[in-house]
Write a protein that binds this ligand. Structure first.
Ligand code: FAD
Length: 471
């Protein structure tokens, strides 16, 4: 009769599996969001763009639900205790939520389910943030896939219109119940200070997602041609919205699936990568701390604190690497091609444990997603499923020349090199000192010399990988 819908990473009022089902089945539907102190307390910094993103999105969702006659009950505390208490307080028979595949979320949900059961309250989870739940795309023998391409083929084969249909909310909104007290704590009350999120042009919430998506639709047809260019704005920037569910993945897949051309086809492939890594995390939760491939687990990566620190702050002497690392801390975003370059550089050129890079990204990425971050780091480090083999090592200069041809991405983030001509900007240490001075900088004084020589580092990595792995 009464259902509590618990919003987590699905901050929208439309095409929402749990909300749709609740409105269909119950006479009164309450909505709640918990600022979970188990998560907030673990954040390393009290100024975090992600908390602010969520805060704005929650505020917008509350206003949207209130306009429909409901509203969002916003609580602060340990979700595992708050949700069972709230469900009892509101006299609910059931709690509905959308499924989350991260190990900590799974453990939290099991705990909530247990406590609700003790109070004779049901708990139902729905597939919402993925088109296919992990168990739904497995091989003919019922085994999870370990390699992307067969997974993708099976995923596409299983796709049909029904799967992409929105979960309707609009017809039954009269069942939304006002949640009693409706108070949104300020960011400060949550213990966080405001950030430069909005000044950085990030638009949170459903409104932000809608605008970001509309703008990208204009660029979709060229996606396959331009997506690897960090100097251009060719990708969607929807990752943060997919992370928090301020947009429905079904709407995105529907559009891509029904749009002709290579741009839409390749972009759909990226959305499938997202599901692939969620599937991997679900079936192999040990990847959180371990290499997917046992032969690469327990390696003693020789790269030390000094080179790791130089990488973190963008002072490796390789302009494309430094530009990416500085973009990350300055904005919370890094272009995908550059993520691949810096991850390869850390793990192959510097031989630093991929987990350290993964943690640094987890600290700074606005779109941080455990499954995607871990999966991509392991891909780059060649420790993962479907990884590139360890002997494929990115050449940072060649990558830079190819994907930032006139160096404009580098110039934006490494202003020391602003006056370096296009041809020299990818490897400025090759300029003679007099040429450097003429361009207003000096290697070693204004910009670091390369911390490794790539050719030597490459040879070292090949030797190390082949001897270090467990045969
Ligand atoms: P678009 O190019 O427009 O792609 C559309 C969507 O597809 C993205 O929003 C994202 O949801 C998904 N997607 C694209 N590429 C990938 C990929 N390689 N793996 C999984 N999903 C993908 N993405 C995250 O969302 N969170 C992370 O924490 C994250 N960490 C990464 C770490 C490394 C080392 C690397 C190499 C990549 C990582 N990615 C991560 C994947 C990718 O870089 C981002 O999803 C992408 O840059 C986001 O920009 P966009 O929304 O404009 O992407």
């Amino acid at each position: 009769d009464r259902v509590l819908v618990w919003f987590r990473r699905d901050l929208r009022d439309h095409d929402h599996a749990a909300l749709s089902r609740a409105l269909h089945e119950a006479r009164a539907v309450y909505c709640a969001f918990v600022f979970d102190t188990d998560i907030l307390d673990a954040l390393p910094d009290r100024s975090d763009r992600r908390v602010e993103f969520i805060w704005h999105s929650v505020r917008e969702l509350d206003a949207a639900l209130a306009a429909l006659g409901g509203g969002l009950r916003v609580e602060v505390g340990r979700a595992r205790a708050v949700i069972p208490r709230l469900a009892r307080e509101l006299g609910c028979d059931a709690v509905y939520a959308n499924r989350d595949y991260e190990p900590e979320a799974v453990a939290r949900d099991e705990c909530v389910a247990h406590r609700l059961r003790e109070a004779s309250i049901a708990f139902h989870l729905f597939t919402d943030q993925l088109i296919f739940a992990p168990e739904e795309v497995v091989s003919a023998a019922g085994q999870p896939y370990r390699v992307f391409t067969p997974y993708k083929n099976a995923w596409l084969k299983g796709l049909d219109e029904a799967r992409l249909a929105p979960h309707p909310v609009a017809e039954r909104t009269h069942r939304l119940a006002p949640p009693g007290k409706r108070t949104l704590p300020t960011l400060e009350a949550l213990g966080f200070s405001s950030t430069d999120l909005l000044q950085r042009g990030v638009a949170p919430g459903m409104g932000g997602a809608k605008r970001t998506w509309a703008a990208f639709q204009e660029r979709l047809s060229d996606y396959h041609l331009l997506r690897d260019r960090p100097d251009l704005d060719a990708t969607s920037h929807l990752s943060v919205h997919l992370r928090h569910g301020t947009i429905s993945v079904r709407a995105l897949v529907r559009h891509a699936y029904h749009t002709q051309g290579d741009g839409a086809r390749i972009w759909l492939g990226e959305l499938i990568w997202r599901e692939f890594f969620q599937m991997i995390l679900h079936f192999h939760p040990r990847v959180v701390d371990h290499a997917f491939r046992p032969e690469f687990d327990d390696l003693r990566w020789p790269g030390g604190d000094d080179v790791f620190a130089a990488w973190c702050v963008g002072r490796t002497g390789y302009p494309i690497v430094d530009a990416g690392m500085r973009q990350l801390t300055a904005t919370g975003f890094m272009h995908n091609r550059v993520r691949m370059i810096v991850a390869s550089f850390l793990t192959k050129d510097l031989l630093v444990d991929w987990r350290r890079g993964e943690r640094h990204f987890a600290r700074w990425l606005l779109d941080y997603e455990l499954a995607s971050n871990n999966g991509n780091w392991q891909w780059a480090a060649s420790t993962g499923c479907d990884a590139q083999p360890y002997f494929r090592i990115f050449n940072p200069v060649a990558q830079s020349e190819k994907y930032d041809p006139d160096g404009s991405y580098i110039r934006r983030w490494v202003p020391e090199l602003a006056r370096v001509p296009d041809a020299a900007i990818h490897a400025p240490w090759q300029m003679r000192p007099i040429e450097q001075e003429a361009c207003g900088f000096r290697i070693g004084r204004d910009y670091p010399a390369p911390i490794v020589d790539h050719a030597a580092a490459r040879a070292r990595a090949l030797a190390w990988f082949s001897s270090a792995r467990v045969q």
